[in-house]
Every structure is written in structure tokens, then in C-alpha cells.
Design a binder for this molecule. Sequence first.
Ligand SMILES: Cc1ncc(COP(=O)(O)O)c(C=O)c1O
Length: 326
Amino acid sequence: MEQKSLSDLQQKLQELISPSPVQVINHPILTAKNINVSVKRDDLLHTHISGNKWRKLKFNLIAARKSGIDHIVSFGGAYSNHIHALAAAGYYLGFKTSAIIRGEPHYANNPTLKQAQRWGMQLHFVTRQEYRDRADSAYLQKLQQRFSDAIIVPEGGSNAQAITGVSELCHEINTQTEKNVDHIITATGSGGTLAGLIAGFSEVNNNQTKVTGIAVLKQAEYLNQQVVQLLAQANKKITVPWQLHTQYHGGGYAKVSPPLAEFCLAFEQQTTIPIEPIYTGKMFYALFELIKQDYFSAGDNIIALHTGGLQGLQGLQQQKDKRNKK
Ligand SMILES: Cc1ncc(COP(=O)(O)O)c(C=O)c1O
């Protein structure tokens, strides 16, 4: 592969991706409670390289290019937003990409992985048992020998570089809004995005913004420790208050209850902002529940981070159609 320079990459990044807008939303509940909510539309960063996935990948790609490495390997489930974004980033920005996928090879035909392959990603399917070792150092060492020309990025892209990428968006918000940001809220899976927001708002305004995560998985209390560990790895200080809410998982990861599905449809009709039920739908559902419970104070300015993930809707529909046929 021809040697590519860092300045090529930086130029491409400038051409492809500009700061995402901040959009005010209206809703009768917000009016009744006198709460202001704006959405940081990271779903609009780029058609395919979007959301928190891009924020988390950006500095991983820059670090790879600085070291002269043009191959990125990562991990994901069969419908992973991270794998989809990595494949797109590789295609648009000139990196070879490979993915270790949990599950059987027939998943290669689902919409997420089909598209990833069109973008040139090589898929390697592993059993659930092997996948469990994805963060084990001996396993990673072996993988590094197998992919000796590559850097290995963890599942979901959540590492120290990811924290830098996510914290960049807090600096962006700071230049986009004149009002104080009292709260920022995000969906939380592995904790990388939450950690990045804590780091970013600690840099931007010390202790004015409270950072809130909504865990989308069951029994996610362990993430409290993970977030602190990620911040320590990235050498970032915590000066803002933060909290992870673990009671809004709605039955577990990717479980879509009828009230959640209804909420997502109504939210889109009311605001014209598309969301999906696995991450952003759960986050907005929880946000509106917290507003109803007067968790926030009248007059508060809240920013909800739209972390993207809309590519997953096609896969969800396909899974639903299959279940209905049975
Ligand atoms: C669309 C979307 N939102 C939010 C998250 C959660 O981000 P994190 O894993 O950094 O907590 C993810 C990924 O897991 C995601 O794909």
C-alpha cells in the first residue's frame, strides 16, 4: 500500500467532516416544565462516519497514520455501529480494516456487515467463547502477531484516544452555545463517550456542567469504575459532577418494549429528529422520564448528545421480519 501522509489525512478530515449543529427541540413537556433541550446532532457529522463512533475513532486513526500504520483491526457484534463506522472511515480515509465479529459467518449477509464488506473490510467470525477474550492481554498479543501490520482498537473504540475525540465535541459545543450548559446527557454502552464528555466539560468549564449517562445494558453499575479507569488511562482530570443512571435499560441491551418503540416514533414526529431504540431512543426516553420526575430545575439548559447509530435500524427491521415469519 502506498505510504500516506498525516497531512493527507488531515486535509480529508477537513473536507469530509465539519462540526455538527446544535438543534433546539420543542415539546409540550418541556414547555410545561420550563426546561430547554437542545440536541448536538452528531448523527449529521457525515452520512456514514457518524456519531460517537467517529469521535472515538478519529484520534485512533491519526495515531495510526503518525506511526505509519494503515491497517486497523477491531471487534464487534453482527450489527455493530462501531464496525460499520470503522469500515466507512477506512474506505473514505484510506485505511485497510479488519473486524473480529462475534457469531456465525451467515451474519455476513446482514445489512451492517454487507455494507462493511463493500467498503473493503475483512471479516473474521469467532465463537462467543473466543469473543469473550477480546480484552485479554494474552489473546491480544496473539492477535497482534496475526495482524502484525495493524493497530488493534478495542470493542466500541473506547480507549484513551477515544476520550480525546469525544472531549473535542465539548469544546465545539462551547463555541456553539451562548447559554450555560447545565447538563449534557448521553446513551452509555461501554462508557467511552460518557468518560469523554466528563473529560471535555472538565476542560471547558470546570464544574458548571453535570454529565449524565443512561446505561442501555442491564446491571451496568460496573461502568462507574470503568469510566474512572478510562479517564485515568487518558490522563484526564474530573472537575464536573457526573452520574450514570442504570434503571433505564428497558429489559436489557437491544430489548425494545412497545412503550419505547412508541416513544421513538412520537419523538421523531414531534421533533423531526430520527432516533433508534437501542441507544438514542433509550436516552431520550430516560431524559423525558427524568424531566417528568423534576430531576432537573426549571430554566435548566440541557444538551442531549445524538450519538448516531441509525444504520442499525435496517438490521433491526430485518430481525423483526424474520421473527414475524416464524
Ligand atoms: C449509537 C450509539 N450510541 C451510544 C453508544 C454508547 O457509547 P459508549 O460505548 O462509548 O458508551 C454506542 C456504542 O456503544 C452507539 O453505537
